[in-house]
Design a protein around this ligand. Structure first.
Ligand code: ZN
Length: 102
């Protein structure tokens, strides 16, 4: 059985443990499908610069960003859709991970 280090208190705990017996930290809070990109940054970039595809570049979606830059965010519609997707936490970064607020 593999051991991992608790991110909160640094004690070694079982990989299978639901919670750390030392501090109560729950490792499953760390969602592997969650992007390490900052949600607020992505949202603001899309809000102010979405028609330039800046939020797509931020999310490592370079191809989408270039197309949005050339089409002014798909005439604003694509940028608006992305803004809504970011707002509800359904927007994915270039690795397919969700950029979430919480
Ligand atoms: Zn702990």
């Amino acid at each position: 059985m593999a051991l991992i280090y608790c991110k909160e208190c640094g004690h070694q705990i079982s990989e299978m443990a639901r919670v750390c017996p030392h501090c109560g930290y729950n490792p499953s809070y760390d969602d592997p499908n969650r992007s390490n990109k900052d949600w607020l940054t992505a949202f603001l970039l899309c809000f102010f610069l979405g028609t330039l595809g800046v939020h797509s570049f931020y999310a490592n979606k370079t191809a989408a960003g270039v197309i949005q830059l050339l089409t002014l965010g798909g005439c604003g519609i694509w940028a608006l859709i992305d803004l809504i997707m970011i707002g509800v936490g359904s927007y994915r970064d270039g690795e397919g991970k969700y950029i979430k607020n919480v």
